[in-house]
Design a protein around this ligand. Structure first.
Ligand code: COA
Length: 201
């Protein structure tokens, strides 16, 4: 289980940041609107994914207010929400096709999307991942952080590589979207001084 507190204030790096999601209708409407864009759904959720404001509230509210093991926050630009990020402790190595002896006691994972495609590729993702990783490592004791982009998601793989993530494996038949099975890449960032466990399968 996740014993970490939810984010209680913004983490900022210049104009970019990560901020708590307030439990308000406008938060759920905003998430719903991001998923109306097929370019966003292509990389997060799948082409056929639909998310009304009520569904967004149902899915994300508990994560936002700290009642779920998954912690959620908005990605912000100039203090306005532009995307979504969630982070959580990894419970079991098998979730990432890691060997059963892999120690996940200080392992966290991240998922995110910027919901406004015109803001992709401008360095915002890299900055906020760095901010969040520093938070996980320094405040929550993470030694290992995992992220699992689809193999063909070149922008994401490049962004993660720029902030210290390395590809350590291929996740075969990892997720199914709209009847198509995709492979993922397992990418890992180690906190400074952390020993890398062998992840070869
Ligand atoms: C993945 C995501 C969070 C990255 O954030 P971002 O702000 O776009 O990333 P950055 O700008 O920090 O870095 C992107 C890098 O990819 C490069 N890039 C941009 N478009 C690219 C493309 N089509 N193919 C390959 N590389 C690309 C950029 O030049 C940049 O590299 P550089 O810093 O060496 O120049 C964001 O693009 C996004 O939300 N995408 C849609 C949803 C998604 O894919 N979520 C991730 C699921 S794992």
């Amino acid at each position: 289980m996740n014993d970490a507190p939810p984010l209680d204030g913004p983490l900022l790096d210049g104009a970019s940041g990560v901020e708590p999601i307030l439990d308000r209708d406008e938060s759920w409407a905003r998430i719903s609107r991001w998923f109306e864009d097929a370019r966003v759904r292509r990389w997060y959720g799948g082409e056929s994914h639909r998310c009304t404001p009520a569904q967004a509230r149902e899915t994300y509210r508990r994560r936002a207010i700290g009642e779920s093991p998954v912690r959620a926050a908005f990605i912000t630009h100039e203090r306005a929400p532009i995307g979504y990020v969630q982070f959580y402790r990894v419970d079991a190595p098998e979730e990432y096709q890691l060997p059963p002896e892999h120690d996940v006691s200080r392992t966290w994972a991240l998922d995110l999307f910027i919901g406004e495609p015109e803001l992709w590729g401008r360095g915002i993702g890299g900055r906020i991942i760095e901010l969040l990783c520093a938070h996980l490592e320094h405040e929550l004791g993470a030694r290992e952080i995992l992220i699992d982009p689809r193999v063909e998601n070149a922008r994401a793989v490049r962004a993660y590589g720029r902030v210290g993530f390395e590809v350590v494996g291929r996740l075969r038949a990892y997720e199914e979207q709209d009847g198509v099975v995709h492979d993922g890449l397992l990418m890992r960032r180690l906190a400074s001084g952390a020993a890398g466990q062998n992840v070869e399968k």
